[in-house]
Ligand binder design. Structure first.
Ligand code: ATP
Length: 389
């Protein structure tokens, strides 16, 4: 078994910086887990603690059921793949890949067999005698992966392995990594700040912020049910729209008009301390041109009219930006919260981004009627960012 368990793991650097605070995480044997979050949130530090490249200040780390806090990196039986491929320039691809096996003192025949097997999986067989300087970026990264897999370690740790590649190659390498991980079934922890990688690669995604875990779950679950404003704003591109909403007599007054609230939320809002001001969150794809929907769909949503600012045609659909006047002056702390979440959220007026069908005849400068899906809205408590829906 090579499950990885972090039990209240903390990292405090000598200068007092707390990079990772009380992280609890259970990664199952064979699972592919992505650590994602903004710069400085503690992703690499977490990975380095698992690798043994950074000491753990407190808490416990277990790999395959064994406490490894004090074990040297080489005794943890894990392989690391970095953004800088860290290949030896004077060695051939074959020698680079064989290196960890030579260190492990395997016999020559076994080394050759393992290198050739790994090369086949990574489609490197024809390049075994080349030096790294004569390889493309994607090929170098595959050699770096090959060097990691030949050892058949208990786990792979990858720190932004694709971030040096250009956009197209990154997409290709994403499928290589994904296929490789599935084929080998080796526990993998992968750090990235790229939310597309996070959404497409892993079985589960861990969203971090300020050294703490914000939410852990399968990508679709994080997308559909973000636990708080931060996760909601971080996952999804373009980001979720955030608007002020005030509760009055069982309806929400918003810049998009009055929005009825469901029974469950109504109960949440009944208590004396319940927030009177909320943040309404709607993803761009949950809007549609009101002229294009059928009656059945219409009943599941609400409509508003707004001036069209910008239309961006994407071929398959259109991103349409609307000017929406904020009806409620925003408290400064609401804005701060949304800004923290990376969301576009301006107090007096907000630009609303919607994704409409390509068939919509919408034009810049028009005022257009827009429908949005009430079943997909989110409501956040601005005092702590919690998602109430
Ligand atoms: P990035 O995406 O930019 O690589 P990250 O999420 O991987 O960021 P870390 O590198 O883990 O973040 O850093 C987490 C925090 O710890 C940051 O605030 C960083 O400045 C701090 N930090 C990292 N290394 C040290 C160190 N040796 N001494 C003090 N603080 C450090």
């Amino acid at each position: 078994m090579a499950d990885i368990v972090l039990d209240k793991v903390c990292k405090k650097f000598p200068d007092g910086t707390v990079a990772v605070a009380d992280v609890d995480l259970e990664i199952a044997d064979g699972e592919f887990v992505i650590l994602v979050g903004p710069s400085g949130c503690g992703k690499s530090t977490t990975l380095n603690m698992i690798a043994g490249l950074e000491d753990i200040s407190s808490g416990e780390l277990r790999i395959g059921g064994q406490r490894v806090n004090d074990k040297a990196p080489r005794d943890r039986d894990i392989a690391m793949v970095f953004q800088s491929y860290a290949l030896y320039p004077n060695m051939t691809v074959r020698e680079n890949m064989a290196f960890p096996l030579r260190l492990a003192k395997l016999d020559k025949e076994t080394i050759n067999r393992k290198v050739e097997e790994a090369a086949k999986v990574l489609e490197l067989s024809a390049l075994l005698d080349r030096k790294p300087a004569n390889l493309s970026g994607g090929q170098r990264q595959r050699v770096a992966m090959g060097r990691a897999i030949v050892r058949q370690p208990k786990a792979f740790l990858m720190d932004e392995p694709l971030s040096n590649l250009d956009a197209k190659l990154r997409v290709q390498m994403r499928t290589v990594v994904s296929r490789l991980q599935k084929k080998l079934g080796t526990t993998t922890v992968y750090v990235t700040h790229d939310q597309t990688e996070a959404m497409t690669l892993g079985d589960r995604v861990v969203i971090m912020r300020g050294g703490a875990v914000q939410q852990v779950g399968p990508p679709q679950e994080l997308y559909d049910h973000p636990r708080n404003l931060f996760v909601a704003g971080f996952i999804g591109s373009p980001s979720m729209n955030f608007l002020h909403a005030a509760v009055e007599d069982g309806t929400l007054r918003t810049a998009l008009g009055d929005v009825p609230i469901g029974e469950r939320i109504r109960r949440e809002l009944e208590g004396a301390d319940a927030p009177r001001e909320l943040i309404l969150g709607i993803r761009p794809e949950h809007f549609e041109d009101a002229a294009l929907i059928d009656d059945d769909t219409r009943r599941r949503g609400a409509e508003f009219e707004a001036p069209v600012d910008i239309v961006e045609s994407m071929g398959s659909d259109k991103y349409v930006y609307f000017s929406v006047e904020g009806e409620r002056a925003s408290a400064a702390e609401l804005e701060e919260l949304a800004a923290d979440a990376g969301a576009d959220f301006s107090g007096g007026g907000a630009s609303l981004v919607t994704r409409l069908s390509a068939e919509s005849p919408v034009e810049e400068g028009q005022t257009r009627r827009v429908w949005f899906n009430l079943e997909k809205i989110h409501l956040f408590d601005p005092s702590d960012g919690r998602n109430l829906t």
